[in-house]
Ligand binder design. Sequence first.
Ligand SMILES: Cc1ncc(COP(=O)(O)O)c(C=O)c1O
Length: 384
Amino acid sequence: MPERTYLITPGPTPVPPEVAAAMARPLIHHRSPDFKVLLEQTLAQLRRAFATEQEVLLFAGSGTSAMESAVANLLSPGDDVLVASAGNFGDRWTKIARAYGIEPRIHAQPWGEALDPAAVAAQAQGAVAVYITHSETSTGVVHDVRAIAEALRPAGALLVVDAVSSLGGVELAMDEWGVDVVVSGSQKALMTPPGLAFAAASERAWTISERAALPRFTLDWRVTRDSQAKVQTPFTPPITLVAGLNTALTMIETEGAENVWARNRLLGRATREGAKALGLELFSPDDDSSSMVTAVQMPDGIDGQEAYGLLRDRFGVVLAGGHGPLRGKVIRIGHMGYMNRFDIITALSALELVLGDLGYQAPTAGAGAARAVEVFAQLETSRV
Ligand SMILES: Cc1ncc(COP(=O)(O)O)c(C=O)c1O
């Protein structure tokens, strides 16, 4: 295995040295005054990142546990629920609901499409809640949550959004857009290792959750809310990760969220242009809506999983393969979190080398990296 690993993947993403240093500090106790200060600050930072006045609940677990909490805390057996999905993570909502004995109605669109707000709203009548994904990491599509929230308003269903791979990397204004529940995780745009999950709920969602009858214990929103009201956590939290997250969120706030979003868009643009210059076709949309991850189609006869393995084993370049029907057909390049132009140039160059080994010739040697450099050069004023 190569000595260095380049995580140019949609999660977990690279951890900045500042975040790693914060996590290397001696462990403090979670009932200590020092942790209280850290927690209070971090919860306030999270509220700003979620753009909400509501409490952001913090759980030990991966992003999926926050998704699970949004099923267990809102629903009761027999509830009418709609899942709108156009990819692997949208489908995960259905799997979680079924694990809790809820059979959702499903609005399915082909993988790679953006959810159609009117079509989702048309099916939402009578549903207690509609579950969607913001950045569908499996396809690269960032769904238009704002438009979906607007379209859903007359139906009155709660809107629950999986923002695991979007929060902090692309705009999501929970309160302003009228999103009822947002869930996320630490290891993507938030530049922190995996292990922290978050959920925030609107007043409406809290009211519905009061009568929700599904079982829950460690993921019980009320228990965490009541504990956080005393600036505590109900169970032993991943103290080290909270310290890392605090530093990561400080970095994001210091840079300015909008500058971070702009960087992701630019990195996405360079990735798309570079991939096309290699003669490859894009699976994700060829526009700024796919600003978190780019899915690139593999040329005929080349197995994306083989390319993925070679990239990792020969060069230590970790991209991501395809999920479900896209397995072997696409390679996904992440451009969120602690990444810059050189990560994109590295990803494109390594991809070109590996595809060459597998028998695919790019039109011109180095064309992908060269095109990415051109894109960056046109944007000299950017902070990428
Ligand atoms: C959109 C989306 N939702 C949910 C998840 C699941 O998160 P985790 O693996 O942290 O449970 C991911 C992770 O890739 C994701 O990208």
